[in-house]
Design a protein around this ligand. Structure first.
Ligand SMILES: CC(C)(COP(=O)(O)OP(=O)(O)OC[C@H]1O[C@@H](n2cnc3c(N)ncnc32)[C@H](O)[C@@H]1OP(=O)(O)O)[C@@H](O)C(=O)NCCC(=O)NCCS
Length: 196
């Protein structure tokens, strides 16, 4: 019981310390909200080519997206996951999302960009901005991410955003949109000064 109280306190502290908007030259990372459902669904949530390397099932209808956004809102409130839409600033268009999971100061980063916008450096720009923001927060002791070993594009994004490769992990986890078969993964982390 004591332990549960301590965790709750830490999570609450975390929640108050995350920005809801982060700006880069071309992009705004903005906290996802329930009224983003249609943009999320049509931009990336429903696209099978996007889902291949993701850990959540491709959305079959707007209800899936609305349920997802409800989960997103609750998780933000609990301080365990913070999900941002990635928008092009010049015309406020949603092109993807970036999420960070918080396990009491150990952060896991993930992202997705609409196929229509691949190859223009957007994921790298968003991920770099997030890493630079997170690395200055003293309560964070680790920033990590993993990719399917065949997801070369995502591995490139991580390396360009300040991550280093940490480990090759055979049969590390199942991917729901690839028949739920366990797949090899690569683990990355951001070296944090003073925190090894
Ligand atoms: C991974 C993803 C986010 C990259 O988005 P993006 O905006 O196109 O990324 P960037 O333009 O910033 O950089 C992509 C890099 O991957 C490289 N790349 C893209 N496709 C590639 C491929 N098939 N093989 C090798 N490299 C590839 C690009 O050349 C670029 O690297 P470079 O600058 O060294 O040339 C996007 O492909 C995506 O949403 N994929 C589906 C979801 C996903 O896999 N998310 C990550 C889960 S861990």
């Amino acid at each position: 019981m004591k332990c549960a109280v301590a965790v709750q306190t830490a999570v609450q502290a975390t929640f108050t310390m995350i920005e809801q908007n982060i700006f880069t030259t071309r992009l705004e990372l903005r906290r996802l909200q329930p009224n983003d459902a249609e943009e999320v669904f049509y931009t990336y949530g429903s696209k099978p080519e996007v889902g291949r390397y993701l850990t959540w099932p491709t959305h079959r209808g707007l209800t899936d997206t609305r349920n997802f956004l409800e989960h997103v809102g609750q998780s933000w409130g609990l301080g365990v996951e913070f999900t941002f839409g990635i928008r092009i600033r010049s015309h406020n268009r949603l092109i993807g999302s970036l999420g960070i999971q918080n396990d009491d100061g150990r952060i896991e980063v993930g992202y997705v960009i609409s196929p229509a916008f691949w190859g223009q450096g957007f994921a790298t720009e968003a991920c770099t901005a997030m890493v630079n923001y997170l690395r200055d927060l003293p309560w964070i002791y680790r920033i990590q991410s993993f990719v399917d070993a065949e997801n070369i594009a995502s591995a490139r994004v991580l390396l360009k955003s300040g991550f280093i490769e940490e480990a090759r992990l055979p049969l590390w986890r199942r991917f729901v949109n690839q028949g739920n078969i366990p797949r090899d993964c690569i683990q990355f982390r951001v070296p944090l000064e003073g925190r090894r």
